[in-house]
Design a protein around this ligand. Structure first.
Ligand code: ATP
Ligand code: MG
Length: 384
């Protein structure tokens, strides 16, 4: 008898001709996630399993697997020979004590002598005999005892089903650039888009000495937390100080944020080009602040038109975003009280409905191209 973990994929099976590629990528992502844990990932009779591990590391393996995009659920199972007595013997050791249950037998091996529905009743009887307070409920069961009799003469028995992330395997959509501030939203935006298969690089704009070293460290911590889900992140640190000083000096104060955001987009587009990234991702959310009105977003979009800007949180309520931030463990870090560059030289009345011609007129008061070049020259790269 072996302990195994049974893996279930979801959506990826819908992908027709691409299926092979998606499956290969998912398996490679799973192996990467488990690389420091001694175990093997195998395919047998069309199913994937993790096996040959010591039970003492089972929880660690499961913890890693539940963060791999593309896996829908997993079950801890035992693998035994497809022998009726052996299966019954194992079932008689299961302790469930109270609650409701059902037994589901899947007989892929038609040589197995007992038909599924009959075997389900027999095994249910054994469970009831050994667990006096247990009740059968075929529809609203708390526990499903699954007995999967495979063609390879092995049977897999499980009593739990652990939910995983779902989504698409990481990197099947390519790689994008996440604008990572120290706030609550952008790490969540990164998580959401990575869940659709996009790997991440990230860029953070900081304004040292107006923003502190701790503010920078906070972003590094957030990137580290994201790597639990998205693997390696290349983090670009972009010094924004001179740009902000120049905008502050030359442009009308109410356009400060609008111009900053447009310059962020242009720098991001340059990084995308250099590093072969396919999209820009932000944590913007409609209506949250002045820079996130339809008009502001429109003006921001015109700053560069080479790359799409994905805003996965655009229609989310703050409450929903916070829930995800807690789930991915970025919330506590995000609420640390260090200033973001967006709060430096913050105007009292930022323009809420900017007009593109007016923004461009304000921008023409600065030498934006050389400011961008200077920032790109000073770019720092951290591999997280
Ligand atoms: P967040 O919680 O992600 O900071 P926010 O609600 O505070 O978002 P803004 O400050 O307007 O909103 O920022 C909107 C988006 O712009 C952020 O989600 C992020 O993607 C990007 N952004 C803002 N500031 C920075 C920064 N200093 N570095 C990189 N990206 C930034
Ligand atoms: Mg912010």
């Amino acid at each position: 008898m072996n302990n195994v973990i049974l893996l279930r994929f979801g959506e990826l099976y819908l992908k027709g001709k691409n299926r092979g590629y998606f499956e290969k990528t998912l398996i490679s992502n799973i192996k990467q996630a488990l690389k420091n844990l001694p175990c093997v990932v195998v395919k047998s009779s069309g199913r994937y399993f993790v096996k040959d591990y010591d039970v003492t590391i089972e929880t660690q393996i499961i913890n890693k697997l539940t963060k791999v995009f593309g896996l829908v659920s997993l079950s801890r199972a035992v693998e035994i020979d497809s022998n009726k007595q052996k299966i019954e013997q194992y079932i008689s050791t299961i302790k469930l004590d109270t609650g409701t249950f059902r037994v589901s037998v899947n007989r892929a091996d038609k040589d197995f002598p007992t038909k599924s529905n009959i075997f389900e009743q027999q095994l249910g009887g054994i469970l009831l005999n050994n667990n006096k307070n247990l009740k059968v409920d075929l529809k609203n069961y708390e526990t499903e005892v699954v007995v999967d009799i495979r063609e390879n003469k092995k049977t897999y028995i499980s009593t739990d089903k652990i939910k995983c992330q779902g989504g698409m395997p990481l990197s099947t959509a390519g790689r994008g650039l996440l604008l990572l501030s120290g706030g609550i939203d952008s790490p969540v935006a990164g998580y959401m888009i990575a869940r659709r298969g996009l790997s991440l690089s990230a860029v953070h704009f900081y304004s040292f000495p107006y923003t502190s070293e701790q503010a920078k460290q906070k972003v590094i911590t957030l990137a580290q937390k994201l790597t639990e889900y998205v693997g390696h992140i290349r983090l670009y640190m972009c010094k924004f100080t001179h740009i902000q000083e120049e905008i502050h000096k030359h442009a009308a104060p109410e356009y400060m944020i609008t111009i900053m955001r447009r310059i962020m987009m242009r720098i991001s587009a340059k990084i995308c080009k250099q590093d072969n990234l396919k999209a820009i991702i932000t944590g913007e959310n409609l209506g949250q602040v002045a820079s996130q009105t339809v008009e502001s977003i429109t003006v921001t979009n015109f700053a560069q038109t080479e790359y799409p800007i994905f805003r996965p949180l655009i229609g989310f309520d703050k409450q929903d975003i916070t829930k995800i931030a807690e789930k991915i463990d970025t919330f506590e870090t995000s609420i640390l009280p260090y200033e973001d560059c967006c709060t430096v030289f913050l105007p009292k009345n930022p323009i809420i409905k900017p007009k593109l011609e007016k923004v461009i007129a304000e921008e023409n008061k600065l030498d934006i191209d050389s400011l961008i070049e200077e920032a790109l020259n000073e770019l720092e790269i951290l591999e997280i």
